[in-house]
Design a protein around this ligand. Structure first.
Ligand SMILES: [Zn+2]
Length: 192
């Protein structure tokens, strides 16, 4: 499956435009701070929301305010999602997923495309924010494009960019659907 670079660029522009139009409110920042247990440094916007409106994943700028390069552009913040994904990681599925991306021709191509889309998304973000990509050029997240190292990063991409953006993210979402899904609110974080 050839990768259509101009198609990816158009998709990245559209995604970044949508994400940046959804400005994080003070409540969003306070919720994300509670979810992570720390202030979300370099957070640009909420990348995905639960049906209730609470943030599930955030988009982080390529360079943090203190100058640290930050390749994990899509970052999972939902504690419910994080817990469900950690369970999948702990049950030994990583080897299975890595085997798929290395040996299944279709999934291999989709995973390579997910990597390119991730880079195109961050490039668009870097251009709009005036951030340098010097230290993270070619680096995406989660082990892409050849391994599966962090399912949280892959699920975050699926949440921010939608179904079809990352084949492994899609598979994990399907697997954890009984515990976590963006259209079923199971949020426990509150501002009270
Ligand atoms: Zn919710």
């Amino acid at each position: 499956m050839p990768i259509d670079e101009s198609g990816l660029k158009a998709m990245a522009e559209e995604l970044v435009g949508r994400v940046m139009a959804d400005k994080a409110s003070d409540d969003d920042l306070a919720l994300v701070k509670q979810q992570l247990g720390r202030f979300p440094r370099g957070m640009v916007a909420v990348g995905a929301r639960c049906v209730c409106g609470r943030p599930l994943a955030v988009v982080t700028r390529p360079v943090l305010p203190d100058g640290t390069p930050f390749p994990t552009t899509c970052y999972l913040t939902s504690p419910e999602a994080t817990k469900a994904v950690s369970r999948v990681e702990a049950d030994g599925s990583m080897r299975h997923y890595t085997d798929l991306v290395q040996n299944d021709e279709t999934i291999h191509a989709q995973y390579e495309r997910a990597h390119r889309l991730y880079l195109a998304f961050r490039h668009e973000l870097a251009e709009r924010l005036g951030d340098s990509e010097e230290h993270i050029a070619g680096t995406s997240a989660g082990g892409m494009p050849v391994r599966v190292k962090c399912l949280h990063a892959l699920v975050a991409q699926t949440l921010v960019m939608g179904e079809g953006a990352n084949p492994i993210g899609d598979m994990v979402m399907e697997r954890i659907a009984d515990e976590f899904a963006p259209n079923v609110c199971r949020c426990t974080t509150s501002l009270d």
